[in-house]
Design a protein around this ligand. Structure first.
Ligand code: TXA
Ligand code: MG
Length: 330
């Protein structure tokens, strides 16, 4: 496990200690993780968790993910840890994987939206882990953005959007993964269900568990906003295309383009701005760049944004999922 705090510079270690004090006192602190920045509060303190909802303007029926340092701490939160879940945890934690498991009474209703389950994950980020240790409690943390907006992948994104509403922002640089964690639940029959594609490719989970069913939006319980058809959305209207061939002849100008690889010059010339997610077409690099590129495009006051689907494999599944929810319906 890369939980060593040796890699953390001394000035940051002092910030983390201060963050731990704030969190213990019921504060809300923005924390870097390997996926996106989270808005963290003591997961066992309902008033502290309530502040997260206020700051985000998030509806209370959307449950939070609880972050722990290791499986032992997770076991203080869940009443059952079935064998398949344990196999995933042993192989893939710390990492961008969230497991939905039966909760213990200790987890407040506001964190789980009153559900009998709690979503738990062990982040693979030295600062996040040091913050949980400094707080001495597991931390509830949704993405640190306004409800429905694009998730933050730098501390500056958090400051721009939430600024003084949070007690402290810990700057851990840009997030390496760039899309939120993959969420797995088990149905009544004990079959695994993919609730949200994310930073851990579902193929890696299937290597351990065998085939994993993809939940349809209608199947998802609760109807969490992160699963709503429109979410992670820029303010500029965005359309999602199967390929550049599907571009209409007229584009509301100025227009912006979000693509995996550099487009041909005659295509690029039709846009005021082109954001290329990875020059080599690497889906890991593309995921890490996705939300920052969407934010840059959104900041340019364009009339229209056009995004092109990426290959539906590995991290491409999560990228396409976020693009689909960010785009206007067909
Ligand atoms: O990568 C991540 O998961 C980031 C970082 C900060 O860890 N967090 C994140 O949290 O994406 P958030 O709040 O944006 O997404 C949490 C989602 C909820 O919207 C819901 O879909 C699902 O997790 N969830 C939480 N608890 C659940 C439960 N008990 N049953 C089913 N889904 C649940
Ligand atoms: Mg979110």
């Amino acid at each position: 496990m890369n939980s060593s705090s040796d890699a953390i510079p001394a000035s940051l270690r002092r910030d983390i200690e201060r963050a731990g004090e704030l969190l213990r006192a019921g504060g809300v602190v923005a924390m870097p993780t390997e996926t996106v920045y989270g808005l963290a509060a003591n997961a066992l303190n309902p008033q502290a968790a309530a502040r997260i909802f206020e700051i985000k303007g998030r509806p209370k029926f959307d449950p939070l993910i609880v972050h722990a340092t290791d499986r032992e701490q997770v076991e203080t939160l869940v009443s059952d840890f079935p064998a398949p879940a344990r196999r995933l945890a042993d192989a893939l934690w710390p990492g961008p994987l969230t497991l939905v498991l039966p909760r213990r009474e200790i987890v407040p209703d506001i964190v789980t939206s009153g559900l009998p389950t709690v979503a738990v994950r062990v982040p693979n980020h030295a600062i996040a882990r040091a913050m949980i240790r400094a707080a001495g409690v597991p931390l509830a943390a949704p993405s640190a953005n306004q409800f429905g907006a694009v998730s933050p992948t730098t501390a500056q994104h958090v400051r721009d959007e939430l600024g003084s509403a949070v007690d402290m922002v810990i700057d851990g640089g840009p997030c390496a993964t760039g899309v939120e964690s993959t969420i797995i639940e088990w149905d009544e029959m004990g079959q695994p269900l993919l609730l949200r594609p994310g930073g851990l490719p579902v193929e890696m989970i299937e290597q351990i568990l065998g085939p994993v069913r993809r939940a349809t939006d209608a199947q998802k319980r609760p109807q969490a906003p992160g699963m709503l058809p429109r979410h992670y959305a820029p303010r500029t209207p965005m359309r999602l295309l199967e390929s550049l061939d599907a571009l209409p002849n007229e584009l509301p100008a100025p227009a912006g383009l979000l693509v995996l690889n550099p487009p041909l010059p005659q295509i690029a010339a039709r846009f005021a701005v082109v954001e290329t997610l990875s020059i080599t077409g690497d889906l890991h690099e593309a995921a890490a760049n996705l939300f920052a590129a969407m934010r840059r495009l959104d900041a340019r006051n364009l009339s229209s944004l056009w995004a092109v689907r990426v290959p539906e494999q590995g991290l491409g599944v999560a990228i396409n999922d976020r693009l689909r929810r960010a785009a206007e319906p067909e």
